[in-house]
Design a protein around this ligand. Sequence first.
Ligand code: ACO
Length: 223
Amino acid sequence: MEYKMIGPEHSDQVIEHLRHNFFADEPLNKAAGLCQNGSSCAELEDHCAEAIHHRMSVMAVDVKDAGTCKIAGVVLNGILKPDDTAKALEKLDSSGDAHFRKIFEMLHRHNLKHNLFEHFDVESMFDVRILSVDSSYRGQGIANELVKRSVAVARKNGFRLMKADATGIFSQKIFRSNGFEVFSEQPYCKYTDENGKVILPVEAPHIKMQLLYKAICGDEQDD
Ligand code: ACO
């Protein structure tokens, strides 16, 4: 497996990978019925393209004998500034995709309630936004390696803080084994509408979203 930085030239291939592996499989997308496997989702694609634009994302590529390449996994990372989440929440008002709005409203509102910028006194954060591994390559440690490499990218670029909204128990385990700690949690059964109905009925074994963080010290090295 080769691990490479993702550039704008890889965007189409990365989006194609996500359409077949992340869009339908990620626990919140699945709960909201965001899209079918292989189909496109314009707003989620814009969200991914924005992260790619920051040039801090990494992909795992399987180079086959004939020289052809297949993306086995990606981690899309972006830079987050203090006003970004409030602006993104505001922008959701004009979203035409009710499923996308449901998911991102929950994530943005949670992040606004638990202000990591103030807590850690930082002006920007390295935001791990999308972690996705092709279903035929799962269980081989690829996601773990992508997160590990993201930590190295964050360190190299001088970030003091990383964050991630991990939506399922497997991604939560992966972040924790890379030194991330839980800052706050949103149990899915407690995210309800005015009638007490669960807004995102996420399937077991996933029961909560975790906002995780990792403080980076300049002299420390990761394994
Ligand atoms: N069942 C049991 N354990 C699992 C599973 C599973 N389905 N998936 C991962 N794990 C465990 C592994 O056993 C391993 O534990 P270990 O280190 O104790 O051996 C650990 O999690 C790391 O596993 P990896 O092999 O590195 O994970 P993988 O490459 O399979 O990718 C991922 C995991 C990214 C969650 C993949 O299943 C996926 O793409 N799912 C759909 C999209 C998704 O949910 N992404 C995360 C959303 S959060 C975010 O994007 C920030």
